[in-house]
Design a protein around this ligand. Structure first.
Ligand code: HEM
Length: 443
């Protein structure tokens, strides 16, 4: 890599502003094709960002030299304004302390106790899908993913359904506000003076109050629930103390934000891709119908190998977290590139996942790339659906269990058809599907 990176001028950015706002991915791609795997973009007022699709550089900053990098304000300060300082949004010592405390709750063995809950939510949600009628599947997947996290956290009962809907509404409203603020920074003064920001903050306070009541009720009950909240309430820091309510609320809000949209995007993309590839969908159906219904869910998951491959391949083509960023907190070098303290780097997982040097026919949907006989080492250096290094997704196993159970249940119950010819995308903070119009015919 050159010491002097090619520069994309502020003038060019301005000239392309309206299409970048609509969908920045083609602009990124053109520049990668023209300038190579890394270039610098001028953002005005002397600000620059390095864009990269160099998988080695991504590993370098996310994993090998992670101590020299921190997350940008977008992922910390901006998001924390609404959802507080939890795992996703904190940095340094505070993050490390929280990660150590929370990690055990997400170990595979612990997650096994949540699988029945996850399965129940999936069944409840998929019953609602109307047969033989074209629908947008995204809202279904979105409700499913929110309820799975909420129910795994504090196993709400049907009578608490309204509370959960309210929490979902508030989480989505906060994310929407943040997207607007990020995409239209020049309107921030308006969001502030019109009271929009204040209203969103009022909503998030309402969510905090709801969660505080749930936590207090739980602290005062003597029952064992074996859900995530129980695990979080009883986990102890090194000095033997436990998490206080405010920190616990921050962490719960973060789990809602981090685990909800990402999963619903991946589930929707997988369903659309299976509808677009009926022969692959048939292979998933074969696998599902050959697996006995009465096997314990954890054993079923192990049998749904091809289903898993399809989800992995969907996340290669459409990674819900399609980029990440880091800021150098001290001077660093990567190959010939000198990175000064304060440099911001944006890594495009979307581009790495479609890089011709790593993947054969990169735009083809081919789940066999992830066949169990293929050594993981062959792709793990350029496959980052859950990030890499110590800040890698804490919910990756949770999400995989949930998605395997959901896609196998969906394909087992319905044949999925579509009139679409391609996958439509809307890249916001996450890579969202658009117009996911599918028809479900009962098998
Ligand atoms: C398909 C679903 C998911 C995808 C694609 C995904 C992706 C990611 C990625 C790429 C990161 C790392 C970001 C970075 O390094 O900048 C991350 C972090 C995180 N994810 Fe996920 N995620 C998913 C599901 C979940 C679920 C279900 C949960 C929890 C229930 C969750 C909780 C988190 C948390 C708390 C972090 C922050 C970890 C830390 O900084 O220590 N995610 N996720």
């Amino acid at each position: 890599m050159n010491t002097n990176l090619p520069i994309v001028s502020f003038f060019r950015v301005l000239n392309n502003a309206s299409r970048i706002l609509k969908n920045p991915l083609p602009f990124h791609h053109e520049n990668f094709e023209k300038h190579g795997d890394a270039f610098k973009v001028q953002l005005g007022f002397g600000k620059t960002v390095i864009f990269t699709r160099d998988a080695g550089f991504a590993k370098h900053m996310l994993q090998k030299q992670h101590r020299r990098y921190s997350k940008s304000e977008l992922q910390t300060k901006d998001l924390a304004k609404y959802v507080g300082e939890g795992l996703l949004t904190s940095t340094g010592e505070k993050w490390l302390k929280q990660r150590r405390l929370i990690q055990p709750a997400f170990h595979k063995k612990k997650l096994e106790s949540l699988i029945n809950t996850i399965k129940e939510v999936i069944e409840e949600e998929f019953i609602k899908i109307p047969s033989n009628k074209e629908i947008d599947i995204f809202p279904v997947m979105s409700d499913l993913a929110f309820k799975v996290v909420a129910k795994s956290l504090f196993g709400y009962t049907d009578t608490q359904g309204d509370t959960i809907s309210r929490l979902q509404h508030i989480t989505e409203a906060a994310q929407k506000s943040l997207v607007q603020e990020i995409r239209q920074p020049y309107k921030r003064w308006w969001f502030y003076f019109s009271g929009k920001i204040k209203n969103t903050l009022k909503l998030t306070q309402e969510a905090r109050d709801i969660l505080n009541t749930i936590i207090e009720e739980r602290r005062n009950s003597n029952k064992v629930y074996n859900d995530l909240l129980d695990m979080l309430l009883t986990s102890k820091y090194d000095d033997g103390s436990v998490m206080g309510n405010e920190q616990l609320i921050d962490e719960i809000l973060i789990l809602f934000v981090a685990g909800h949209e990402t999963t619903s995007n991946a589930l929707t993309f997988t369903a659309v891709l299976l509808a677009l590839h009926p022969e692959i969908q048939e292979q998933v159906y074969q696998e599902v119908s050959e697996t006995p219904d009465d096997l314990p869910p954890i054993e079923q998951i192990a049998k749904f190998r091809y289903t898993k491959q399809c989800i992995e391949e969907a996340m290669r083509l459409y990674p819900p977290a399609y980029f990440s960023d880091r800021v150098a907190i001290e001077d660093d070098n990567y190959q010939d590139l000198k990175l000064k303290k304060g440099t911001t780097i944006l890594v495009s997982f979307f581009e790495i996942h479609r890089h011709k040097s790593f993947w054969k026919d990169p735009s083809t949907f081919d789940p066999d790339r992830f066949h169990p006989d293929i050594d993981k080492k062959e792709y793990s250096d350029w496959y980052f659906p859950f990030g890499s290094g110590p800040r890698m997704c804490i919910g990756n196993n949770f999400a995989m269990y949930e998605m395997i159970l959901a896609i196998s249940a969906l394909v087992g119950k319905y044949k999925i058809n579509t009139n679409l010819h391609k996958v439509d995308i809307k890249p916001l903070i996450t890579l969202k599907p658009e117009n996911a119009m599918l028809t479900f015919v009962e098998r």
